[in-house]
Structures are given as C-alpha cells and as structure tokens.
Design a binder for this molecule. Structure first.
Ligand code: GLA
Length: 385
C-alpha cells in the first residue's frame, strides 16, 4: 500500500508529495442512534486510506487509484455527481464539501492507496471522503478544526447518495491512539476513553455484503423515520431530552401508553441503546470487560428483535463468537449484513479467531482473513496521525 509510488508513476514530481492518512473505524456500541444525536462509542483502527498529493496551479482535480483507475474534473462551481457507484463521486463530494465552507484556489493531483477493505463495515467510504477533504484543504493551506470538518462531512456523504449520522466522520478524525472515542453530537464534543491494554476487539464479517445502496438504504431510512415519529408522538423535542430527564423504566411506560408496533420498538431500541452507551463507557473506565461484553450482547439483541436490522448470518456469527469464548459480540454499523464486533482478552484473541474460523467461516466460501477477520487496534484518528 504505497500511494507515493503510484503518485510518482502517474504525476512524476521532483519534490516528494504530501501525505494524508485516514483510518477506518469500528463502532463498539451506540448503534442507530447517532442520527438521533445521541452519544456513540466508536474507535479508529489500524487500517488506512492514504493519499499522496500535490497542489496544482489551476482548479483541476486529478485522482488515481490502482484498483479503480484515474479520474479528473474541473473544480469550478457546483458539481454534478457522476454515474452511481463511480469512485470519483467521493472526490467530488469532498470538493463540494470544501467549497460549501471555505475559499479555495487550487486543485490537486492525488494518488490513493488503501489497506482498508471496502464494503466491510469499516467506513472506507467515509475515510475516502475525509481523506480527499483533508487533502484539498491542505493544498489550499486551510487548517480546519474538528468542529468545522464535522459541519461539512456528514452532509458531504449526502452527495454520494448515503446519509448516516456523524459517527463515522468523528471516528476517523478525532480518536487518540489507544482510545475509543465518546462522541456527543448536540453539542458536538469528543472524549477519549482509554481502552484497557488487555482488551481486544475483533471485527468479523458476516460474509453478507451490506450495500449502502437501494434496499438497504431504504431500510436504514425507515428506522430513522420511525424513531423520529415515535419521539414526536411520545412528546419530546429530542432523544437527548428524553434520556436526560427520565429513567429507561419511565420511558418504557410512557412509550407503551402512546406507541405500538415498529415505532414502539424503535423508541425502545434508541433509548435503551443510549443507556447502554453510558454503561459501556463506565465499564471501560472500570476495566470491567464482562460488563462491557454483556452490554454488547444486549445491544445485539435490541438491534435484532427491536430494530430489526440484523440477519441470520450476523446472528449466527455473534452466537459463534460467544461460544468461541468472547465476552460479548454484536453487529456493528448499519447492519443488514456487514460485520460484528467481538470483545475478548488480548491473550485469547488468536484462540477466539481460530474458533470462529472453525465454527463459522469453515462453512463458507471465499473467506479471506485479511478482509473478513481483523484484530482491531485502537488507533489515532486522522487529526492525530
Ligand atoms: C451507518 C452510518 C452511521 C450510523 C450507523 C448505525 O454506519 O454511516 O452514521 O448511523 O450506520 O449506527
């Protein structure tokens, strides 16, 4: 994974190009609640998207990836998205995001390389958007703060056709090495929570692709809408207000009086998951991996039975992880396929991984450990690399 060699091959330059490095992320807990502005606890991992770039003298942007080929466009005024699925859309989204907030004068020549697998639930698309945004800002000598970047990046994702919350961008930008990141959204803040040294996390793929397009996007949005409608019906202005003023037991009672069906279930997931995030931060600070693991398990049950975003393969994977000796496991990210995050002791992680291969992956075609079973180390976000 060397973007410099690729850069020199395509854009030869006497002086060395600049480098931007943006990690992937895994969400430890706090699922499907970032878009309701409730706190989440992701961490950055040791896989990265790296861009070697140099500023140009004009406003052209040229970008090359060994895997996806080269693209170029003129960065003047509003941009039109290219065909759906074309990777240039991430570059355009970055250009558009930067334009919305800052004054720029030059484009870039850029080469991208990555050891962060795509479509593996590790936020490679947010990392790519973030990396190009940082490269364009650096080329124009603009220093942007975390808060400013968080104003434009989640919106930028919209240009590419997806719109989640802000968790992924916060997670690839702000973590300190060795720490998870407690992200509050309203108002925005990020707090480092040190991960105890003998804790380990595995990110295991269910071998079901969680495409961010089409049907999955509709399902994701339907959960978001149901959660917002439920909130209004119960009579709160925000979920933050609901969980700060009432215990979960109270909220359950209030919800049962006014809601039923999917809206009731959504409301219970969102408020319950928010309580679990608080408890998980506490467990991490107390070095209580058993309590942390139990919260992961409870989160999975809630995502499975209340929110309905799991799938049989993810359920089987999570079950296999528990049988393999993990303290807890749950689906991570949007769900509907993708990955599970698994907590165990560092000393046991190889054994848990071996058992998982035996119990889950040995029955499946196409398993590749480097993409599908990753030891996730708590790593530095792009602002600290
Ligand atoms: C996707 C989105 C995130 C978040 C998760 C669910 O990964 O990009 O913002 O909503 O789903 O927690």
């Amino acid at each position: 994974m060397d973007p410099i060699a690729l850069f020199q091959q395509h854009f030869y330059s006497l002086s060395p190009p600049s480098i931007i490095s943006v990690p992937g992320r895994v969400n430890l807990i706090g699922e499907h609640i970032d878009y309701h502005n409730l706190p989440v606890l992701p961490m950055a991992i040791q896989r990265h998207i790296r861009i070697a770039f140099r500023p140009r003298k004009d406003r052209r942007i040229r970008a090359v990836s060994r895997q996806f080929g080269s693209r170029e466009f003129e960065w003047n005024g509003p941009l039109e998205p290219s065909a759906a699925g074309d990777w240039v859309n991430y570059v355009k989204a970055a250009a558009q995001a930067v334009d919305g907030k800052w004054k720029t004068s030059v484009g870039i020549d850029a080469a991208v390389a990555s050891d962060l697998p795509a479509a593996a639930g590790l936020s490679s698309s947010s990392a790519l958007l973030t990396a190009f945004t940082l490269a364009l800002l650096a080329a124009n000598r603009i220093r942007a703060s975390f808060e400013e970047l968080m104003e434009v990046l989640p919106e930028g994702e919209y240009f590419v056709g997806t719109r989640g919350g802000g968790m992924d961008h916060a997670a690839v930008l702000a973590p300190d090495p060795g720490c998870a990141l407690l992200v509050h959204f309203s108002p925005l803040s990020a707090e480092s929570i040190p991960v105890p040294r003998d804790w380990a996390f595995l990110v295991a793929h269910s071998m079901v692709a969680a495409e961010k397009s089409g049907e999955v996007r509709e399902k994701y949005n339907s959960r978001r809408v149901a959660g917002s409608t439920a909130l209004k019906t119960v009579g709160f202005d925000s979920y933050g207000q609901a969980v700060s003023r009432h215990s979960f037991e109270d909220l359950k009672r209030l919800a049962a009086e006014k809601l039923d069906g999917d809206e009731l279930k959504c409301f219970l997931h969102v408020t319950g998951e928010s309580c679990r995030v608080g408890a998980a931060v506490e467990a991490m600070m107390q070095d209580d991996i058993e309590a942390f693991g139990a919260l992961l398990d409870a989160s999975h049950e809630s995502l499975r039975y209340l929110l309905g975003v799991s799938c049989p393969e993810l359920d089987e994977l999570v079950e296999a992880a528990r049988e393999a000796g993990a303290f807890g496991a749950r689906l991570t990210g949007a769900g509907f396929g993708g990955c599970a995050v698994i907590a165990c002791h560092s000393a046991n992680r190889e054994e848990v991984a071996r058992e998982l291969v035996d119990r889950f992956y040995s029955k499946r075609e196409g398993f590749d450990a480097s993409r599908h079973l990753i030891f996730a180390e708590p790593s530095a976000g792009a602002l600290h690399v």
